[in-house]
Design a protein around this ligand. Sequence first.
Ligand SMILES: [Mg+2]
Length: 253
Amino acid sequence: MASGRISLSIWFFFVFLINPSTSARTTSFIKLPRSDGSRYCDSWRLAAETNNAGTWDVIPSVCVDPVADYLNGDQFLSDYNVIADYALSFAKSVDISGDGKDVWVFDIDETLLTNIDYYKAHGYGSEPYDSNSFSEWVLQGTAPAFDASLKLYNALQKLGFTIILLTGRDEDQRSFTETNLRDAGYSGWERLLLRGPEDQGKSATDYKSEQRAKLIEEGFKIRGNTGDQWSDLLGFAVADRSFKVPNPMYYIP
Ligand SMILES: [Mg+2]
């Protein structure tokens, strides 16, 4: 009897050692220490990009350097290129009616234009958003284009899409924004929609959904939408396909 219990214990011990699924289960709840720099921050970045992290204010302080490395390295540009490729592949599958009603919506900041130079000077998203400081940057009008976005933008126009720009920037920033976009290489958009006085205080999700709904009421068909925020893409009157480009620096609800 006693020897039976012993051999059973040995058997369980043996199974525990050799069964990888048992071993995986026992380790899957171990929390990565935040001090484990890049590994934790890669996971945090994935959670932020997929919206699993939900609303967040600033990036974790331990992730400033890993996020900076990501943004300044090849991976960020590669991610943009891959997303642009998927967007273009979808766009080519759309049956364009030719009446100018097939629309592609683009957000501007961190989608068509990169403000990386601004955020580089403000901790890559580790500092709370400062609207006055960012407005000063916008008025400089020196934000460059993302190459992948500019190529996608031009390719969509060639395919016959009507381009509509929908931004959270304010109406009084229109001329600076238009000049910046043209200097960065963009042209030929049908409309540039900015927040008017009646849009102040609305969440980006509500404001952008309302603007898209108005377009649909006008007879436009929103085929595609590209933005760096989930609030560019979610809500109502959503596009047939939405494409989320990466932005680990800030979250706009
Ligand atoms: Mg944006």
